[in-house]
Design a protein around this ligand. Structure first.
Ligand code: TYD
Length: 150
């Protein structure tokens, strides 16, 4: 099933992963400690409506395991490291996040899983919308059907 994005360009589901990428955020280096900032619509392609973070993640735990219908997100390793596996139903890509000045932009309709958390790591997510359970695909088969891949 082909999808139409807001720019009028036809997108097919297997193109979605290509829209996800690491964004380098501004970094003010300072011997007193570095500073990074994010402005919605400037450094990331959406206005920030919500911030949430994962912390105290036990060794071996996995988070995520869902996709969002409309939510855009930027995932940042504020401390420590973890992996994010993105899957558009056709291709998968694993990103290792370990720098607080890098964020992984995740567009809508991408299945994502987080694992390999280091001890004491903190995963911060900037999100384009407030929490809405109706925006989730929590079942992978349902997600594939919505992508037109099943
Ligand atoms: P969920 O998004 O399923 O996290 P994960 O995929 O990492 O396990 O969220 C876990 C629980 O937290 C779920 O019951 C919904 C709730 N939640 C909120 O209430 N608000 C939020 O902003 C988020 C992200 C989750």
């Amino acid at each position: 099933m082909a999808k139409l994005c807001s720019c009028g360009e036809m997108l097919v589901p297997t193109m979605f992963l290509d829209r996800c990428k690491i964004i380098s955020l501004p970094k003010i280096a300072d011997p007193r400690g570095n500073l990074t900032y994010v402005e919605g619509g400037e450094h990331i392609p959406f206005a920030i409506q919500r911030v949430y973070y994962l912390y105290d993640v036990p060794g071996g735990a996995e988070r995520g395991g869902h996709a969002h219908k409309g939510l855009q997100q930027l995932i940042v390793a504020m401390s420590g490291s973890f992996d994010v596996v993105l899957d558009d139903g056709d291709k998968k890509q694993r990103f290792h996040l370990n720098r607080s000045y890098n964020g992984l932009y995740v567009c809508p309709m991408i299945w994502r899983e987080l694992d390999n958390f280091s001890s004491g790591s903190v995963c911060m997510v900037l999100a384009s919308n407030r929490y809405d359970e109706a925006d989730y695909y929590r079942n992978y088969d349902d997600y594939l059907v919505a992508q037109g891949l099943k």
